[in-house]
Design a protein around this ligand. Structure first.
Ligand code: AMP
Length: 215
């Protein structure tokens, strides 16, 4: 089964997609993470991606995401089923994914859409912290570290993600409205959308997703 997890920034898609992949023993692709690694590279492409992600709050060009997914699918080889986290995020990217899956005899079976309000998105993004050492993600409200603002594993002071500034948050929300929201509408029409209330606790949302996948 191939599942896409969609939602506005800080809807919890990363957390839920990881839980889902673990529970169903599926492979997992987190687009944001792959792109963040590329953005660290001291190359023209790395610098361009860094600017788009961390200053402009836009989506990186489709041809780049196509390459990432194509390479990743080839490397994975097997057909165990995949949870796609943060890809596709536009109608164009959805078509790209279909083009890449069709020759493998695969399709997109479900799209999980985590619905949260704009206010929740902003509140969560403002409270998000990451460990600079292991990249583990915390949220001071919904997923706090045990000790002050220190990583539970590394005991290192947590930091804010580079694109979690008020200016870039605003731009990312705009990008979501312009490009990702139309995709949600499209997959609803195709009858593969499962809408989930993303305002609940992490565990409650996971339970809801598992229930809905059974039906
Ligand atoms: P995320 O970690 O999902 O919040 O994504 C962080 C940033 O990575 C986004 O704001 C985009 O700049 C970039 N990004 C993530 N996924 C995609 C995608 N599917 N297409 C283009 N850019 C993406």
């Amino acid at each position: 089964m191939n599942i896409i997890v969609l939602g506005p920034p800080a809807s919890g898609k990363g957390t839920q997609a990881k839980l889902l992949a673990k529970k169903l023993a599926l492979q997992y692709l987190e687009m944001g993470d792959v792109l963040r690694e590329i953005a660290k590279e001291a190359t023209p492409v790395g610098r361009e991606i860094d600017r788009i992600m961390h200053q402009e709050g836009k989506l990186v060009p489709d041809q780049m995401t196509r390459q990432v997914v194509d390479d990743w699918l080839k490397k994975m080889g097997t057909k165990r089923g995949i949870v796609f986290d943060g890809f596709p995020r536009s109608l164009g990217q959805f078509k790209i994914l279909e083009e890449l899956l069709t020759p493998r005899g695969e399709e997109i079976d479900k799209v999980i859409y985590l619905k949260v309000s704009r206010e929740t998105s902003i509140k969560r993004l403002t409270a998000r912290r990451i460990c600079p050492q292991c990249d583990f993600e915390y949220n001071l409200v919904t997923k706090p570290p045990k000790n002050n603002e220190l990583c539970d594993q590394c005991q290192v002071k947590l930091i804010k993600r580079k694109d979690d500034t008020p200016e870039v948050i605003e731009l990312r929300l705009k990008t979501y409205q312009q490009l990702t929201h139309p995709l949600v509408k499209y997959v609803r029409q195709r009858g593969i959308l499962t809408k989930i209330d993303g305002e609940k606790s992490i565990e409650a949302i996971h339970q809801d997703i598992m229930e809905r996948l059974k039906s």
